[in-house]
Design a binder for this molecule. Sequence first.
Ligand code: PEP
Ligand code: MN
Length: 346
Amino acid sequence: MIISMRPHATKEEIDHVCERIGEFGYKVHSIQGEQRVVIGVVGTGDVTACLESLEATPGVESAVRISAPYKFVSREFKKERTSMRINGVEIGGDEFVVMAGPCSVESEKQIMQTAEGVVAAGAKLLRGGAFKPRTSPYDFQGLELEGLKLLRKAKQATGLGIITEIMSDRDVDMVAEYADVMQVGARNMQNFALLKSLGACGRPVLLKRGMSSTVKELLMSAEYVVAHGNSNVILCERGIRTFETVTRNTCDIAAIPALQELTHLPIVLDPSHATGKRSLVPPLSRAGVAIGADGLLLEVHPCPEKAVSDGAQSLTLQGFRDMMRELKPYIELWKQARLAATAVGV
Ligand code: PEP
Ligand code: MN
């Protein structure tokens, strides 16, 4: 159950509601929000009696039963789309947001050149991994703190907000100091210790779908972050593992509208990891716009053949510019569709 208190409900009213919840045998799982407090309730008991009683309790605006196992992130809990502002850019709203940059931060020259190139072409956030999850322990593991510092330099030069990967709960405070968005990679989608610690990181989280994870498992992972206090979560479809070998992963494009039916959170597409192949990135990006994603997360490198990771799927700066130009009419249509949807409250 989710109990929404009226705005400015008093502490006494909130305490009283929590007491009543206990009397019905339920447990208060979390209390979120300041002006408008939302209480998450778990356990088993007489739901109908509890809901009826709480609805009549002072300070309560609504008490609803959420049947989905993912509660706070479900459309049942919140009908309207969630949007958030990141370094002056709104995601989940009426703007299509492109986040672009290299797979790994490699050097000052590389990140500055990329940042300047992508901002000029219309990117709104700069991506770049400072901590890299690599299949082999012998591959480049990232510049770590040095990489974060370079990302900050690129932000100062271009004004672009930074999205970068966080791999361990131990590094949350350090990465949060430099990142505007904390990226959780596919391999860490079910790193529950990390997800819990991101509940208190004070930054939006971009959660990538695990390569063998279902849509519902992705939503359960998002629920971890939200239930631990952080409602700013962006979901990312980046392809899943199938028997297909022509592409690096199989892009589950239908997951995007499927997710939109199930959750109010913004959803972006990563066509780079979804294909593994530069030539397939522009057509898949068009598909992402057309299907109504909230944005794209793309890999771009000034010299992909020299990239230390994911060169084959990275666009060149020229390729990125061309793609952004080609996407323009699609993004215009996207905006019309989004404004029409907003007008009817979806
Ligand atoms: C990345 O964004 O570079 C990355 C490692 O992606 P994923 O976690 O989707 O494999
Ligand atoms: Mn990569």
